[in-house]
Design a protein around this ligand. Structure first.
Ligand code: NAD
Ligand code: ZN
Length: 247
């Protein structure tokens, strides 16, 4: 593994435009559970029951109490870990231009990255289903479930549920960023949710090097990635950054 960390530091040093694609795994060390993999939410819940738009429309109170309420409580107190901080440092070093994230937790922005494409929207905002007014999640009163807008409409996360479309702008900008980079860091994603998992494919087709960081193999590992560094995002990013900074 040390060899691969050294290799990644060398590759980053040589790269001109790095883009990161991140998934739930990068936030595990901040105490936020992923969906898939060990300890993932899907061991506890059926995704179609809690994260599909049809389930939300059918019974918003149920989805709020099963999933969204817990998520709000977790996210209200979560903070960035060394994985997020490493990506922010790479931007400060003018290596990394863009983070494409599937996460809805806002931790990349909290760590200091300025160009973050929220592929699946954000949980930091809630939107009224009647009048579209946006609320800061931390200010939403959840003493009654589901929480409501001042107009009486039900609030929903401003995030993409299963069964909903990816915001056009996020899709277009991500594809552009993937095609423009010469190195893509793919951190903590199971790479099974489409179309996010296509971004490393676009990057590869445009000639970029693909480095994966994940404790487990993914469908990208043998086909698309140049190499996989197996381990926790924070620990691995720390190793890479200290090598890169001491060059
Ligand atoms: P996923 O849940 O499908 O997969 C998580 C991946 O992270 C797995 O491959 C797992 O091996 C890896 N992983 C686990 N611990 C890790 C660690 N410490 N360091 C690095 N990798 C680790 O996640 P996904 O691919 O992002 O796709 C699922 C969807 O889940 C996304 O659309 C996202 O919106 C949503 N989600 C987001 C959050 C969040 O915002 N933090 C949390 C849960 C789910
Ligand atoms: Zn409203």
């Amino acid at each position: 593994m040390d060899d691969l960390i050294k290799q990644a530091a060398d590759d980053l040093a040589a790269a001109r435009n790095v883009v990161a694609l991140t998934g739930a795994g990068i936030s595990v060390e901040s105490g936020i559970m992923p969906f898939r993999g060990k300890g993932g939410l899907w061991e506890k819940y059926d995704p179609m029951e809690v994260a599909h738009i049809d389930a939300f429309m059918r019974d918003p109170a149920r989805v709020w109490s099963l999933l969204v309420k817990d998520m709000k409580e977790t996210l209200d107190t979560a903070s960035p870990n060394d994985g997020h901080k490493g990506l922010a440092k790479l931007e400060a070093m003018e290596k990394l231009s863009t983070v494409i994230t599937q996460n809805i937790d806002g931790l990349h922005q909290a760590a200091g990255n300025t160009d973050v494409i929220e592929f699946h929207g954000s949980f930091a905002r809630q939107r009224c289903m009647d009048c579209n007014q946006i609320y800061d999640t931390r200010e939403v009163d959840i003493s009654e479930i589901p929480p409501r807008c001042s107009c009486g409409g039900i609030l929903r996360p401003d995030a993409v549920f299963f069964g909903e479309m990816i915001p056009q702008d996020a899709m277009w900008r991500s594809r552009q960023a993937a095609c423009d980079c010469d190195l893509m860091l793919v951190v903590g994603t199971s790479a099974v949710v489409q179309p996010a998992a296509l971004m490393p494919v676009y990057a590869k087709e445009s000639g970029a090097k693909i480095i994966e960081i994940n404790p487990e193999k993914t469908p990208l590992t043998h086909e698309i990635s140049d190499y996989l560094i197996m381990g926790q995002a924070g620990e691995i990013m720390n190793g890479i950054m200290s090598r890169l900074e001491s060059r």
